[in-house]
Design a protein around this ligand. Structure first.
Ligand SMILES: *[C@@H]1O[C@H](CO)[C@@H](O)[C@H](O)[C@H]1NC(C)=O
Ligand SMILES: *[C@@H]1O[C@H](CO)[C@@H](O)[C@H](O)[C@H]1NC(C)=O
Ligand SMILES: *[C@@H]1O[C@H](CO)[C@@H](O)[C@H](O)[C@H]1NC(C)=O
Ligand SMILES: *[C@@H]1O[C@H](CO)[C@@H](O)[C@H](O)[C@H]1NC(C)=O
Ligand SMILES: *[C@@H]1O[C@H](CO)[C@@H](O)[C@H](O)[C@H]1NC(C)=O
Ligand SMILES: *[C@@H]1O[C@H](CO)[C@@H](O)[C@H](O)[C@H]1NC(C)=O
Ligand SMILES: *[C@@H]1O[C@H](CO)[C@@H](O)[C@H](O)[C@H]1NC(C)=O
Ligand SMILES: *[C@@H]1O[C@H](CO)[C@@H](O)[C@H](O)[C@H]1NC(C)=O
Ligand SMILES: *[C@@H]1O[C@H](CO)[C@@H](O)[C@H](O)[C@H]1NC(C)=O
Ligand SMILES: *[C@@H]1O[C@H](CO)[C@@H](O)[C@H](O)[C@H]1NC(C)=O
Ligand SMILES: *[C@@H]1O[C@H](CO)[C@@H](O)[C@H](O)[C@H]1NC(C)=O
Length: 577
């Protein structure tokens, strides 16, 4: 907490990475892919000189974002491996705030990209084999979203599955077996085209005794098979350990220097470091990515959740890899590839923000916008004929909480948002919504982590009143300000549109504000960041529309969608962008 205060009171340090095209640098800034981008898995592809990283998406759809970079510092959204509901219809029934897509592994073999992951039904019993739906996606063209295959399912009672090929091209999967008493890392030969497991699973290693040995990846190097795993759980005790064997099936020899990457038991601002992957750049230098949480050891305020961080690695012939520890906001590693910011593609760079998006005719949903589970397509229209240059939302029966805070429920939630990727930011939209028909019709803006951890400010109609009301609600596992529904100020009631805003008041609080377009915004409520610092996901900001349990037919129209970051707290100070 003290660190936070100092960070805010101190004059901004000149930490802005002034990336000049063509420069070579050794300094870089974590997180490299900020916001809700956990469990990174990355590769380098020499043909197009791109690094590609995939990350977990839980119930967000489109899911499994892939980012590309040529310089390891500026990352552009390429697309999503999971981009059509037909690829994985069961995402719709993934109950629970910790369910959905866990830890993908991205690999390329013989010209094909493989994305191996697990759809987890985390509410099902731990020993229910249907809790774990392991899947493989394939494509030959990462830049063409529709080229991704449907999910190929394979049986494995566990998660964090990762493919590996031996020198003959035989394919294997290594994963974290989810046995409650004997968790461990298991391997089997698997046909990746058919999803057929071709032999019994072999238990390779159980880790060094930490909680939840998981996130395994195999690398063949200098005659050894290296088995890199995470242990300690994905919280403050998270760490990375490694073992190796000349024979794939073991026995595995444990690195005496474990853990090889961790920020546990430190006072670093970056915590929970682990779930790493390794890759080499064009010069042969090794790099590691991992997830980390910007929370400090207090671990109270971390709304963006688990983000992607980078570190350099030394891996000499015949030796164990050595990660640069600890993970910090400002790092020095190997000479970065030449700064290149003209990657192909039209997805946004992760930190570029949204400047006044107008949803023009002929455009489609911006590629970085996400829903919670599979969207009901009829609930969203870009530039509808009756109101061009808006995003039209048709209210869902259920609100963002849904029936029980965990399931999608019939009809799901009308919601679309984007990730918070800056410690300090301002998000606002113009909302044109005039509830008339049914009681409890509501539309507004939300700071959304999960169905049971979010806050929202909406315009709502009440049956016994002709006046439009404001409603504020927050739900969390920690105390939140009490919700309220109150008539809008009389002077605002006849405005056709309202500006609605969510902003970071500081690093520990968000403010919700509104006013008729053109008037000064009035703060309606504050929400502590701790209310959305929980679980496995990271915050989204977006818009929603609902009938709060009843049918609703009044459309909401959104325009002037704007998200701008204005501060990134790393450590030792903050940077104003
Ligand atoms: C993208 O992939 C789809 C499905 O394989 C294919 O039909 C389409 O032609 C591809 N588009 C481009 C531009 O390659
Ligand atoms: C590599 O891919 C080609 C076609 O893309 C295929 O003919 C060949 O059998 C594959 N080789 C291996 C080792 O899988
Ligand atoms: C993992 O733990 C189980 C249960 O204690 C044990 O039976 C098994 O031999 C261990 N596996 C390895 C590879 O050490
Ligand atoms: C952190 O400290 C605790 C308590 O001493 C210890 O059990 C744990 O192994 C340590 N973790 C790491 C990664 O050093
Ligand atoms: C690594 O060392 C082994 C044994 O010393 C040797 O056979 C191999 O050629 C070396 N590899 C590289 C890439 O230097
Ligand atoms: C990381 O890179 C720096 C150079 O900036 C180097 O001094 C350091 O030894 C490297 N650390 C590891 C573990 O590779
Ligand atoms: C999800 O939860 C809902 C509501 O509690 C329940 O009706 C449904 O059966 C659950 N679905 C699955 C697949 O577990
Ligand atoms: C409308 O009715 C509800 C319950 O029937 C009541 O709580 C509320 O105060 C009423 N609102 C107004 C504005 O009269
Ligand atoms: C709002 O408009 C209605 C209908 O035109 C009018 O009767 C009412 O006085 C207006 N209210 C305010 C506060 O301007
Ligand atoms: C952050 O903002 C909230 C809401 O205005 C306020 O209560 C809190 O004291 C502020 N914290 C700091 C460190 O300024
Ligand atoms: C959400 O909608 C349900 C009805 O589906 C209602 O019971 C509940 O009060 C609503 N929650 C909030 C926070 O408004």
């Amino acid at each position: 907490m003290l660190r936070m205060l100092i960070a805010l009171l101190a004059p901004p340090l000149a930490l802005v990475p002034s990336l000049v095209a063509g420069q070579f640098l050794t300094q870089f800034f974590n997180p490299v892919i900020p916001g809700f981008h956990p469990d990174p898995s990355c590769i380098y592809v020499s043909e197009d000189e791109n690094f590609y990283c995939a990350s977990s998406s839980f119930s967000a759809f489109p899911g499994i974002p892939i980012h590309a970079s040529q310089d390891l510092t500026s990352w552009r959204l390429v697309g999503h491996a999971l981009n059509r509901p037909s690829q994985l219809p069961d995402l719709a029934i993934a109950n629970g705030s910790t369910s959905g897509i866990w830890a993908p592994t991205l690999r390329r073999h013989n010209g094909t990209y493989y994305l191996v992951t697990t759809l987890v039904h985390d509410k099902r019993a731990p020993d229910d084999p249907t809790r774990w739906d392991n899947i493989i996606f394939q494509t030959v063209d990462l830049w063409n979203s529709s080229a991704w295959s449907d999910a190929i399912h394979f049986p494995f009672e566990g998660y964090d599955t990762s493919p590996w090929w031996d020198g003959d091209g035989t394919s294997y999967i290594v994963g974290s077996h989810a046995h409650r008493v004997e968790p461990g890392i298991h391997l089997a030969k698997v046909d990746l085209d058919k999803g057929v497991v071709q032999e019994d699973w072999t238990n390779l290693w159980n880790g060094t005794g930490g909680l939840a040995p998981e996130g395994p990846h195999i690398y063949a190097k200098d005659g050894y098979h290296y088995l890199l795993i995470a242990e300690g759980g994905t919280g403050l005790g998270h760490m990375q350990t490694i073992a190796r064997s000349k024979k794939l099936y073991g026995p595995y020899e444990v690195n005496p220097a474990n853990p090889i990457l961790t920020n546990a038991n430190t006072t670093e601002y970056f915590q929970t470091v682990g779930h790493a992957d390794l890759f080499q750049d064009a010069k042969g230098n090794w790099w590691g990515v991992a997830l980390a949480t910007r929370s400090g050891p207090e671990y109270v305020n971390y709304p963006m959740g688990r983000e992607t961080v980078l570190t350099n690695v030394t891996w000499d012939n015949g030796s164990w890899p050595i990660f640069q520890n600890p993970i910090q906001g400002t790092m020095r590693g190997w000479q970065l590839p030449k700064i290149v910011q003209n990657l192909p593609g039209d997805g946004p760079f992760v930190t570029e923000g949204d400047v006044n998006i107008q949803f023009p005719p002929g455009s489609s949903m911006p590629p970085h916008f996400v829903h919670w589970r599979l969207p009901n397509e009829a609930s969203y229209a870009i530039s509808p004929p009756e109101r061009p240059n808006t995003l039209r939302l048709k209210p869902s029966v259920l609100n963002l909480t849904g029936l029980d805070g965990n399931s999608g429920g019939p009809g799901g939630q009308t919601f679309v948002g984007r990730r918070q990727v800056d410690t300090l930011f301002t998000y606002s939209v113009t909302m044109d919504f005039h509830p008339t028909a049914a009681d409890e019709e509501e539309a507004g803006v939300t700071l959304f982590l999960t169905q049971n951890h979010h806050a929202r400010l909406g315009i709502v109609g009440r049956q016994n009143s002709t006046e439009p009301h404001f409603r504020f609600e927050a739900i969390s596992s920690v105390p939140v300000p009490e919700g309220f529904t109150m008539p809008m100020p009389t002077a605002w009631q006849n405005s056709t549109t309202l500006r609605m805003q969510i902003q970071t008041a500081n690093t520990t609080h968000f403010s919700f504000a509104a006013a008729p377009v053109g008037r000064d915004l009035v703060v309606v409520a504050y929400v502590p960041a701790a209310a959305v610092s929980w679980g496995f996901t990271g915050t989204l900001v977006g818009v929603y529309a609902t009938g709060n349990g009843g049918d609703a037919s009044t459309m909401a129209y959104v325009r002037d969608w704007d998200y701008r970051g204005w501060g990134q707290v790393r450590d030792g100070g903050y940077e104003v962008v």
